[in-house]
Design a protein around this ligand. Structure first.
Ligand SMILES: Cc1cc2nc3c(=O)[nH]c(=O)nc-3n(C[C@H](O)[C@H](O)[C@H](O)COP(=O)(O)O)c2cc1C
Ligand SMILES: CC(C)CC(=O)C(=O)O
Length: 398
């Protein structure tokens, strides 16, 4: 652990500690965006374009961040986004994250490329929170199906299909560092005999991978011909778990997600690690919310570093948000305790923002609380936010 003169009191502090303490190439892998990193940077900066529009003299003596997701009540709209290889940050990896998420009441989305098996990760939660399983669909559908079956059996509540990565984005930092995960780590979800495809080499074996093959293996295993029909429609034939599509940035794809019976979408650009130059997630959110028309749930991730960022996302219609790098930085700082700290810092900042903005519960947060000076659309063209109406209904119940 890095020497750090002081107690980390915000996510930026955790970032600085992680940067100073992690091996350069592992830090690079976590931190990097694709190409010029425009999207990665924009994800965080774009939040600054939205200003808060607070209300005064409202009873904020009891703040509740409760909401519902997929019909289940949850303590907080802040969850953990799927990230590969938590053990690059800490030896306890996903087990530590899982304990932190469960004790915080946060949904955890587990990456298929976790360094701990899905069964071991969910076992840490003690039923305290929801786990969702992130998937890629492989050329050999049997490989994907076996992961779905295991996730169902283990008690995962939803499947999160990542659709923005038919091929791995080009991360220049990783190329410069010749990043290759350490050979002692294992992608444990692929160690179960049920997912081993002897013929196709679908088992990314980190012990055998090299800087040259790591990204290529991902591409070789994935199905670049994946479509709504052969991906989502197929998935629906093999499972009854709700399907959430991760990596949506447009109204057109939101409409397709509705048409194909998805339960929700995650507005995301993969933390700027895939296609560089896209809209920031927060900028894409309003059009997705508008297209969703309350028919499916809308979540978002990308660039959230402060509680006020969460507040803005909720105001623009997100039902819940997910963070990736902040949790990894917390893990690098102090394992489970550090991951929990990352969630707690964001949570307490969200609660503070809610109180100062005059909102006692998430049901009261709607589009009237954000103002975009450079684009008055958000404030003056009444946003179609599902957030607004749904939350007012929820507020009435809380
Ligand atoms: C190190 C790292 C690994 C990631 N691995 C995955 C993954 O395995 N599957 C996936 O769908 N998204 C993955 N993501 C993307 C995140 O789920 C998420 O979309 C994005 O990072 C959120 O932005 P943030 O890091 O600014 O919070 C990864 C992101 C990072 C930083
Ligand atoms: C192993 C990778 C496919 C994980 C990922 O999605 C990422 O690094 O962004």
């Amino acid at each position: 652990m890095a020497t750090y003169a002081g107690v980390p009191v915000c996510i930026k502090d955790l970032e600085n500690i992680a940067r100073a303490s992690m091996p350069v190439d592992a830090w690079g892998y976590y931190d990097s965006g694709a190409n010029s990193e425009q999207t990665k940077l924009n994800n965080t900066f774009a939040f600054d374009e939205y200003r808060l529009h607070p209300r005064m003299l409202r009873d904020v003596s009891a703040i509740s961040t409760e909401t519902t997701v997929l019909g289940q009540r949850i303590r907080t709209p802040l969850g953990v986004a799927p990230c590969a290889m938590h053990k690059l940050a800490h030896s306890e990896g996903e087990l530590a994250t899982s304990r932190a998420a469960a004790s915080h009441g946060s949904i955890m989305i587990l990456s298929t490329y976790s360094t701990t098996s899905l069964e071991r990760v969910i076992a840490q939660g003690g039923g305290a929170t929801q786990y969702w399983m992130q998937l890629y669909v492989y050329r050999d559908r049997a490989v994907s199906e076996s992961i779905v079956r295991r996730a169902e059996k283990a008690g995962f509540k939803a499947l999160v299909l990542t659709v923005d990565a038919p091929i791995l984005g080009r991360r220049l930092v990783d190329a410069r560092n010749k990043f290759n995960p350490p050979a002692h780590l294992h992608l444990e979800n692929f160690m179960d005999p049920s997912v081993v495809n002897q013929a196709g080499g679908y088992v990314p074996d980190l012990a055998k991978s090299t800087a040259e093959t790591f990204g290529a293996t991902f591409g070789a295993n994935g199905d670049q011909s994946l479509s709504w029909e052969n991906g989502i429609a197929w998935l629906k034939t093999i499972t009854t778990l709700p399907i959430i599509v991760k990596g949506i940035l447009t109204k057109e794809d939101t409409e397709l997600a509705i048409q194909y019976g998805c339960a929700g979408v995650i507005v995301s650009n993969h933390g700027g690690r895939q296609l560089d130059g896209t809209l920031a997630s927060i900028d894409a959110l309003p059009q997705v919310v508008e297209a969703a028309q309350d028919k499916i749930e809308v979540y978002m991730d990308g660039g959230i570093r402060r509680g006020s960022d969460i507040f803005k996302a909720l105001a623009l219609g997100a039902r819940a948000v997910f963070v990736a790098r902040p949790v990894l930085w917390g893990l690098a700082y102090k394992g489970e305790e550090g991951a929990r700290l990352a969630l707690e810092l964001l949570q307490s900042e969200l609660e503070l923002t809610m109180a100062l903005a005059g909102t006692a519960n998430t049901g009261q947060i709607d589009e009237s609380f954000v103002y975009q000076p450079t684009n008055r659309w958000v404030r003056y063209k009444p946003a179609p936010a599902q957030g607004g109406r749904r939350r007012r209904e929820l507020a009435a119940k809380l």
